[in-house]
Design a protein around this ligand. Structure first.
Ligand code: AMP
Length: 143
């Protein structure tokens, strides 16, 4: 299954934030939208970074609550691993496991067109396992 197929199901909405917003604003956004990461964009366009709940936790552990007034750009990851819509979901799952991150922005022709999270990966794997299980059950029942 490709990332494009997953996005066709879940949609291409991506929550973004500007690099000059504060960590407090980012935390409020994560809480309100019930998500684990925001993509950092400049002028709503290209991907400048990604900020996840782990980055906020690390900032709080290192600097305490005064870090909440820091700019997002001070704590985001700038070297973002992205993928094209043609990427294979199995490949993405391996990249997430290897890189120890749970979010991959999807970029097409330089434009942000979606995001795949570990939750999307697990949901798809569960559906696959259930389909295999059902096929085996039918095979046994009719063999
Ligand atoms: P996560 O597991 O997605 O909450 O993120 C764990 C760490 O990896 C955080 O420091 C994130 O900023 C970083 N991170 C998340 N997604 C990516 C990505 N696609 N490419 C590079 N780093 C990422």
């Amino acid at each position: 299954m490709t990332v494009r197929q997953v996005l066709a199901e879940k949609g291409g909405d991506v929550v973004t934030i500007g690099p000059d917003k504060t960590l407090a604003e980012a935390a409020a956004m994560l809480a309100k939208r019930k998500i684990g990461a925001v993509v950092v964009t400049r002028e709503g366009a290209d991907v400048a970074g990604i900020l996840s709940e782990r980055d906020i936790i690390r900032a709080l552990a290192d600097k305490g609550q005064q870090s909440l007034t820091d700019h997002v750009s001070a704590h985001m990851t700038s070297e973002v691993v992205t993928c094209p819509p043609e990427a294979d979901m199995d490949h993405l799952m391996r990249a997430m496991t290897r890189g120890k991150f749970r979010h991959v922005p999807v970029v097409e022709a330089g434009r942000l067109v979606g995001i795949v999270s570990i939750g999307d990966v697990v949901k798809r794997r569960l559906a696959e396992v259930e389909a295999e299980h059902e096929a085996l059950r039918e095979y046994i029942a009719t063999a």
